[in-house]
Design a protein around this ligand. Structure first.
Ligand code: ZN
Length: 441
């Protein structure tokens, strides 16, 4: 997606404002924005080992079949690679939507990941606005410092609600999720998380309950949700329900060894070893098969992905594992972009449900009290100011679609800030107006 200089300057101004406000000093977490650069980074650091995406076995990078070295398939005239004549890039509708949620991932968490790993995450060059995440009291008024249940429900349903509520508005009425809506349009649907499926964020997209602690109710609600792919970390409450899960037509697996077979099914339920630091590679592995499965539907799909450990490690102010999880989210994005290739029918959105830890980071000592040695020995300076969620705004990054007209969603009359329920409103708008959002029309 090409950007105009104007939009680039807006992005830089916004980022500069956001980061300087957040850290009360000039930070340099963003390298120069290069609209032409590929978000896919060095294959040598890509942990994906699926044969289909392994650069080592990808025919596109095999010198023996490289079109660049074959005079018969000169890139300049090859219809296969010419965007002007490639049918893959003809105007079409956006039919697939992928929402990636970094639980607890504030803007400084992303900057921390970039500083620590010494690279630009490609998605920080995408279209960008900030998002307010506050929830409400039972009377419908706020603002209230949100938990993941209320903020997940806001993203999933477009309703502001009370902390603890799952898929219910502030009057405790069940409300339609974006996945219910996608289903009504004939699309395939999926939820994939490194957390238990019963965690507040995945639950908000696939269940209804008065309390995020009602594990049994949420598990049952999910089984009857009609969501085609339910995937998360192993949870004993879910394990005890295998018979009911299978009775609802789900192909149940509990090991990565079976994931390829499961990806060929219509409905499937995954309980996998997704927890903790090692799980970061597992999310990247699992998303490859989730895309394989859901993209078989001709009407398209909506997939919700969550990297839950950014929040968990921020609660314990564990910087090393937190940045590892942020990097995992970025690697997952790269798997998705590899899958997308030249596709023009897929929108990718990245956001967070809230910020956790009150994190600020920088590349200079300044007033920071803590340091971390990043890749290449570079020192990253940081502070935590909390072990809880904060009201810091998070980001919404969009890719594969025209720049959304945020003025129609704006909560604050600011072109740079929306409310979290507007992430739902934007997703619904994309599903309702798929041609409008295709940047190649
Ligand atoms: Zn949390």
């Amino acid at each position: 997606m090409k950007k105009t200089a104007f939009r680039l300057s807006l992005l830089l101004l916004t980022l500069a404002l956001v980061f300087s406000l957040a850290a009360c000093q000039t930070l340099t977490p963003q390298g120069p924005v290069d609209a032409g650069s590929s978000p896919v980074t060095d294959p040598a650091t890509d942990p994906v080992t699926d044969p289909a995406t392994d650069p080592a076995t990808d025919p596109a990078t095999d010198p023996a079949t490289d079109p660049a070295t074959d005079p018969e398939t000169d890139l300049a005239t090859d219809p296969e690679t010419d965007p002007e004549t490639d049918p893959e890039t003809e105007p079409q509708e956006i039919k697939n939507l992928i929402l990636i949620i970094g639980d607890g991932m504030g803007l400084d968490h992303i900057a921390a990941g970039e500083l620590t790993y010494g690279k630009d995450f490609g998605f920080t060059d995408w279209d960008f606005v900030t998002v307010n995440t506050d929830s409400v009291y039972a009377n419908g008024y706020g603002p209230v410092l949100t938990d993941s249940a209320a903020s997940g429900t806001a993203l999933a349903t477009g309703h502001l609600t009370v902390n603890g509520y799952i898929g219910k508005d502030h009057n405790q009425v069940d409300v339609q999720t974006i996945l219910d809506y996608a289903k009504s349009l004939g699309k395939a649907t999926g939820v994939l998380t490194t957390d238990s499926l019963l965690g507040a964020t995945p639950a908000a997209f696939s269940a209804h309950s008065r309390s995020r602690s009602n594990a049994q109710e949420i598990a049952n609600s999910q089984i009857y949700s009609g969501v085609d792919l339910l995937g998360g970390a192993t949870d004993s409450t879910c394990t005890a329900l295998v018979n009911q899960i299978e009775a609802q037509g789900y192909y149940y697996i509990d090991t990565f060894d079976d994931i390829e077979r499961a990806a060929r099914k219509q409905k499937t339920y995954w309980q996998l070893d997704m927890a903790g630091t090692d799980a970061d590679v597992q999310l990247e592995h699992a998303v490859y098969y989730a895309l394989k499965m859901l993209s078989r539907n001709d009407e398209g799909f909506v997939l919700i992905l969550e990297q839950a450990y950014i929040d968990k490690y921020s609660h314990s102010n564990d910087f090393a594992n937190m940045v590892h999880s942020v990097n995992s989210l970025n690697n997952t994005v790269e798997v998705i972009l590899e899958w997308m290739g030249e596709r023009t029918d897929t929108a990718v959105l990245i956001t967070a449900d809230h910020e956790t830890g009150g994190l600020t980071v920088g590349s200079k000592a300044g007033s920071y009290t803590k340091t971390f040695t990043g890749e290449g020995g570079k020192t990253v300076y940081y502070n935590w100011s909390s072990t809880n969620h904060t009201q810091a705004k998070v980001g919404l990054f969009t890719y594969g679609i025209t720049t959304p007209d945020y003025s129609k969603f704006s909560y604050y009359g600011s072109p740079f800030t929306i409310k979290n329920i507007d992430v739902f409103n934007l997703m619904k708008d994309i599903l309702d107006n798929p041609v409008t959002y295709n940047p190649y029309n």
